[in-house]
Design a protein around this ligand. Structure first.
Ligand SMILES: [Zn+2]
Length: 250
């Protein structure tokens, strides 16, 4: 198991590297297949030995080797996080193939959504709506989850937040939650079911509020400063899934 874990860890790092590339390129409408990796600042093609997941960031001291532009640390963190999640999934969630597919889908949708929402304040439909469709199709073939469970998840995930967002807008005249958040939660519901998505809504609201309060205290920003909600949905749903399915104590 030891060597297998190491191989899976690096497979995860490679996948994390690809997901970071997707998150970088998709909003800029660059193909994720061609061209090969290049520096976003000076457009120089990155040599393969400067493009090794996890290692290169430190070899290059976090800078482009040509123009010395800083490489965002979050890309390294993405590679590490996905590598770790792959090993955890293999060790804890390898109960059946459907659970593994579900884990892989969740990671592959949430990681780019977290990165894109932080940078661009949007959640692309192809991820959120894609998750709704993929989650529902999975429920049609997974014997452990009924299709009506998935359908109820879509309604609860999409509907609950829609009501809250609409109320918030009516009361304050400001948009608190974006449509992207609502569609992403519908996707979480499709994948995990109606009860888990309620927990995810609750947990991500708490995470978001705690983060908002800390930011207010640290930077003394006003209450009106909008923070993207997508990252909290992503973190909460991954945490929930690993804790609930992984059999952690409590
Ligand atoms: Zn450069």
């Amino acid at each position: 198991m030891y060597w297998l874990d190491i191989i899976i860890f690096f497979a995860g790092a490679c996948w994390g590297s690809f997901l970071a590339l997707v998150a970088y390129r998709l909003p800029k409408k660059i193909s994720v297949v061609v061209p090969a990796s290049f520096c976003g600042e000076c457009n120089t093609k990155i040599r393969w030995y400067h493009n090794l997941p996890l290692f290169s960031y430190f070899m290059l001291k976090g800078k482009c080797s040509y123009c010395s532009t800083k490489i965002p640390f979050r890309y390294w963190l993405t590679e590490f996080a996905v590598a770790l999640l792959f090993v955890l999934a293999f060790e804890l969630l390898f109960v059946d193939i459907y659970t593994l597919i579900r884990t892989f889908l969740l990671i592959s949708v949430m990681i780019p959504c977290i990165l894109i929402d932080i940078e661009h304040r949007i959640i692309p439909d192809r991820f959120s709506i894609g998750l709704v469709i993929a989650g529902f199709i999975l429920s049609l073939i997974d014997p452990m989850m009924a299709w009506h469970e998935s359908a109820a998840g879509i309604v609860v995930g999409g509907g609950m937040l829609f009501v809250v967002a609409e109320l918030y807008y009516r009361l304050t005249g400001r948009e608190g939650l974006g449509g992207g958040d609502i569609k992403l939660l519908a996707g979480v519901g499709a994948l995990l079911g109606w009860y888990p998505v309620l927990i995810v809504i609750f947990a991500s609201s708490i995470l978001g509020s705690v983060y908002g309060i800390i930011m207010m205290l640290v930077y003394r920003q006003g209450r009106q400063t909008a923070i993207p909600f997508g990252p909290f949905i992503g973190i909460a749903s991954i945490l929930y899934f690993f804790i609930a399915e992984g059999g952690f104590p409590g």
